[in-house]
Design a protein around this ligand. Structure first.
Ligand code: SF4
Ligand code: SF4
Length: 93
């Protein structure tokens, strides 16, 4: 299988994934139910949702955050990530 890329840059080099604010997260799991990309994993013993596979998150997607009532999900700065992707493209990443 070929390596997944975004705008010609290896996905693994792009930092884009949700960040969970555990002070706000109520463990409702709506975000995990919503996302089809297996980004999250559920630790039922500790009642904790984990961003286990950030590399599965679709670059610049934020869709699951709309399912989160307490607004516990945040994402990197899109403009900064875009600049980083452009720089990587220049470097021939
Ligand atoms: S931002 Fe999109 S791809 Fe990433 S975890 Fe949420 S729904 Fe899934
Ligand atoms: S939708 Fe929000 S509150 Fe619910 S599990 Fe996901 S991050 Fe936590």
């Amino acid at each position: 299988m070929s390596e997944s890329t975004f705008m010609g840059v290896p996905r693994a080099k792009i930092s884009w994934a949700p960040v969970i604010d555990y002070a706000k997260c109520t463990f409702c799991l709506e975000c995990d139910k919503f996302c089809p990309h297996k980004v999250y994993e559920v630790n039922r013993e500790e009642r904790r949702l984990i961003v286990a596979h950030p590399e599965h998150c679709v670059v610049f997607c934020r869709a699951c955050s709309k399912t989160c009532g307490p607004d516990a999900l945040s994402f990197p700065n899109k403009a900064e990530v875009t600049e980083r992707i452009k720089a990587l493209r220049k470097e021939g990443a």
